[in-house]
Design a protein around this ligand. Sequence first.
Ligand code: NZQ
Ligand code: ZN
Length: 385
Amino acid sequence: MYNFNLHIPTRIHFGKGTISYLSELKNYGKKVLLVYGGGSIKKNGIYDTAMEFLKSVDIEVIELGGVEPNPRIETVRKGVELCKKENIDMVLAIGGGSTIDCAKVIAAGAKYNEDAWDLVLDSSKITEALPIFDVLTLAATGTEMDPFAVISDLSKNEKWGTGSPFMVPTMSILDPEYTYSVSKKQTAAGTADMMSHTLENYFTMENADCQKFMAEGLLRTMIKNGPIALNDPTNYDARANLMWAGTHAINGNVGAGSKPSWCVHPMEHELSAFYDITHGEGLAILTPAWMEHILKEDTLKNFVDFAKNVWGLTGDDDWELAHAGIAALKKFFFETMEMPANLRAVGITDEKNFGIMAQKACDGSKGSFVPLSKEDIVEIFRAAF
Ligand code: NZQ
Ligand code: ZN
């Protein structure tokens, strides 16, 4: 196990009715920027409930709605301007990962004198941020308890992650009932995203039983509860287990002590940057293709463990087992979770950008579990096509 340091300062309020804890915002100031997406929180009533609690403690609310899935730097800039103009004390995001990520960079941008895109390209420029709060409405990204935010500038086909301890939320409210209205598509994409967060680290946990067994437990939790939530969206326990597993997949607990740079995420971020696709769908399409590409003699044992410990498969032939584990993952994504199975199915209909996307993904994934060249990544894109 490698050395690590871990400090997760987010206060989590988990469960039914925990939105009442929004009244705690009164301890952080009087004026909040409320950030939300395209309107789901108005349809399902979360907006009204939140406003009641904020009003009950006399907090003045300035609003920024309309955050896009794959949040844009233009929206971040609008939020930063509002924070500066209105002397905002804190930022409250209500929504999924896109809304929360946008709010995080707004909070950092409010304390920065130049363009917020600088903070996306260079995280060392984030030296301060307004306090960040959120009510999570979609189990997927883990942004509710992590330091990361992913922002796009689609005019340049760029989508980059940034991260800073200043962007870890101060408090996150996780009420599984608030995810009942999440569509089948987003439930499946969210499940694939949290599985990918776990898998990006999983194969380098050889000497870290504690993290490895936790990762396998998380993956089994997602594999069990994803399909239940898909087919029975108001099943509280399925939504609750997915939500908590998603948080742990990336909050540092499981990733601590493993070392790889992530590689499937950089590949997917290029697909989103060029084609604005849903993050979790891109990951589901790429992950099995990546696994098949890197399955070799020296990674065989990792895939045998994956097959046995995650999927419960048995057998004497290691190669058969390894392939069966990957096949089980494919069946899970593309049949059980009803996800699009290839790039064409998400609207990527030719190979013209494979080279440039592969080059950028290659630069962003140096140090991955199995090093990938630009040519390797083009092959993975082709296999996923
Ligand atoms: O915009 P609204 O109207 O709220 O609708 C959203 C959006 O259309 C909808 N939705 C969210 N909660 C809902 C709901 N619809 C009904 N009921 C609810 N309760 O779902 C759609 C997708 O929302 P989005 O926030 O885009 O999804 P997700 O949470 O998957 O976030 C994806 C973004 O996070 C980034 C991704 O790259 C992508 O930009 N990531 C962030 C990470 C992080 N901060 O640590 C790590 C991840 O790997 C990921 O890269
Ligand atoms: Zn992700």
